[in-house]
Design a protein around this ligand. Sequence first.
Ligand code: PEP
Length: 257
Amino acid sequence: MMFQRTPMIAGNWKMNLRHSEATALIKTIRQGIEGLEGVEVLVAPPFTHLAVAREAIGDAPIFLAGQNMHWEMSGAFTGEISGRMLQGATCTHVILGHSERRTLFNETNETVDLKVRSATFLGLIPIVCVGETLEEREAGNTFDVLKTQLDGSLRNFKADQLMRPSTILAYEPVWAIGTGRTATPEQAQEVHRFIREWIETTFNTGTAAQVRILYGGSVKPENISDLMAQPDIDGALVGGASLKGDSFVQIIRYKGH
Ligand code: PEP
């Protein structure tokens, strides 16, 4: 089925930037995307920067996302933020299951699944991250690992036999995050195809045609075009290069207009 998926370029700021730097960065992005159509742009600042980011974004076409959330609506969860709170801070999206959350903060497929369910219930669009480690790739286990992560992190979708087509997935090979080592476009395409086939088998062809699958892992202005030329790569989740306005704008403008 032919379906035109709108590309998305998303910046994950992680735990970086002061308020003044965040404001300046958004100003550069706003100027850089003026007149641009056909690409969705998103930034995921730290929680404490969301209000400042919204102020700087104003009504410019830049989506705002949280980098994580708790699955409960409220309660005794010191240090946590709920999806409702993200919506109160004008977020429309939330990154879930980033590999840093999984490896450094013990997130599991089970907790990611609870978060995906909660976000979806609230109408927040989840950007669900999956990806294998270097050891897993070298042992030839990439597809098994990905299948386990998808089955586990989207277990509630499977149980309901429904995955909203607005859901976004991000393939981020752990060995390519922040290492300067990008997957080749062919390596990434192979996995993106596998993920789309998993959606088709688990749900249906229409959903598989509509869900966007972003690539993440050392995306830069120099490699974005070749990645985006692949049929199943629908955008990028960018870490390091999203902190510099000029490089992020160059990535957003990968089509060269
Ligand atoms: C990320 O953390 O989502 C990421 C892809 O980081 P980087 O672009 O720095 O590799």
